[in-house]
Design a binder for this molecule. Structure first.
Ligand code: FES
Length: 166
């Protein structure tokens, strides 16, 4: 989806799909998480104008939907890169060296957590426990969960620039 497309409203096809999703629930507002996820699959994030449009379609206030969207840390409210790295920063991963991995990513991507590389390839985000503590440190790379990470494994999973950028 291009930036121009993500700046425009939802398409008639997307409206129809949202209607279809909301029909699975007695109260259509109950479909809100599913609808937010659907819109995110289309645009990679849920823009402000899309949030307002979804709220109208689901008969919710914008504030109600905003509070749902910000509660779920897998719903992105800002543009993200082509690949999203969600590196766990909870206790087991922290004990098992996630800070070293984070430093490696920061250095080679040239960004801080919460930022996207200038070429739009990667966004680096912290995330709370992924439920993979027995394989800490862990991360979600896009939709895939990876555990038992070390720098070698990170470099295999992500074609990082070899020269540090920071
Ligand atoms: S603490 Fe990182 S997966 Fe649980």
């Amino acid at each position: 989806m291009s930036t121009a497309e993500s700046n425009s409203g939802l398409t008639p096809t997307e409206h129809a799909h949202i209607e279809m999703l909301s029909r699975h629930y007695e109260n259509k507002r109950s479909a809100c998480v599913e609808v937010l996820k659907y819109v995110q699959t289309r645009y990679k994030f849920v823009a402000d104008h899309h949030l307002s449009e979804i709220a109208n379609l689901l008969a919710m206030s914008r504030t109600e939907l905003e509070s749902v969207a910000t509660y779920y840390n897998l719903i992105f409210r800002q543009q993200v890169g082509a690949h999203v790295i969600l590196l766990c920063d909870s206790v087991s991963c922290w004990i098992m060296g996630r800070d070293k991995l984070c430093a490696h990513l920061r250095q080679h991507l040239g960004i801080e957590p919460g930022e996207t590389t200038p070429d739009g390839a990667y966004t680096l985000l912290p995330i709370v426990c992924l439920g993979h503590c027995d394989h800490a440190p862990a991360m979600l790379l896009d939709d895939e969960l990876h555990g038992d990470l070390d720098i070698k494994r990170l470099d295999e999973l992500l074609p990082l620039p070899t020269e540090p950028r920071l």
